[in-house]
Design a protein around this ligand. Structure first.
Ligand code: HH2
Length: 271
């Protein structure tokens, strides 16, 4: 299967959290059979790639031992490889390597450190920006210039990966990873600066907490996580319209419609 960056149209990455504690769907797909069934639904809905993860990255999440993470994700990657492109969402070298051997073609790396693994295996790599770890990242996020700092860090990592021989390098601003609401909005508002680096850009806003306060009147209760589809869709559409090449989402069917619309509007092609 060709790697996703070769596709000219906007792409949709479906999230498959094989975890008990992910912030929006924890525990729903922990059984391998249920996870594979959910992945097949996402394929039917038009997902271009399925992102399999076995460790939550939400603020305060517990670290998962390597053997537990391997047990969660490898049977699922094996079952899906050959049916759809699979990416592995991990920060552990052993998990990334085993998932690639099981058929994953992209390492989605929120730590932005695993490019040597991607180089060794000849697969693609996503470098995501984050500040701190899940335990600390939302305590006091601070940047002098969030857009410049995130862009510089990602361009640096992507350059190192390219020099090491990774053929497909994606960059991702890491919405919600050590960022305030204002930081997230600044990054979304200046996505063109990331796009201008020339690396394909991936953006993940789906159901994230910063959306909870944006669609309500000031002072109202935040929108619960299960009711964040409109804001998720709005930000995914915005990101693609600014030139992001792929969005990472829970709600695949709706986002595929939005991605098609952006692709058609941009190229003038028929539906
Ligand atoms: N966000 C999450 C996890 N992995 N990877 C990339 N490249 N970009 C993101 O924005 C991103 C990511 C967090 O979302 P989710 O997987 O739904 O939650 P959890 O980490 O709690 O499993």
């Amino acid at each position: 299967m060709p790697t996703p960056a070769h596709e000219p149209r906007p792409l949709v990455m479906g999230i498959l959290n094989v975890t008990p504690d992910s912030f929006s769907d924890g525990g729903q797909w922990l059984e391998p059979d249920l996870a594979v069934r959910r992945a097949r639904e996402m394929i039917d809905e038009g997902a271009d790639i399925v992102d399999v993860g076995g460790e939550s990255t939400r603020p305060g999440a517990d670290a998962v031992p390597t053997d537990v993470e391997l047990d969660r994700v490898i049977p699922v990657v094996e079952a899906l490889a050959g049916q759809v492109r699979v990416s592995i969402d991990t920060t552990k070298e052993a998990v990334a390597s085993a998932a690639v051997e099981a058929g994953a073609i992209l390492i989605n790396d929120v730590s932005a450190t695993l490019w040597p693994v991607a180089a060794r295996h000849g697969v693609g790599w996503v470098a995501m920006h984050r500040s701190g770890t899940p335990a600390t990242m939302q305590r006091h996020p601070h940047y002098d210039d969030v857009v410049a700092e995130v862009t510089a860090m990602l361009a640096d990592r992507a350059g190192r990966a390219t020099s090491a021989g990774v053929a497909e390098v994606w960059i991702d601003p890491g919405i919600g990873f050590g960022k305030s609401v204002e930081h997230n909005l600044s990054l979304l508002g200046s996505l063109d600066e990331l796009v201008a680096t020339g690396y394909p850009v991936l953006v993940g806003t789906s159901r994230k907490s910063f959306l909870g306060g944006l669609d309500r009147r000031p002072g109202a209760e935040p929108t619960p996580v299960g009711e964040r589809l409109p804001a998720s869709l709005a930000t995914a559409t915005w990101a693609l319209a600014q030139g992001a090449r792929m969005v990472r989402v829970h709600d695949v069917a709706a986002t595929v419609q939005a991605a098609r619309l952006v692709g058609v509007a941009r190229s003038g092609a028929t539906w």
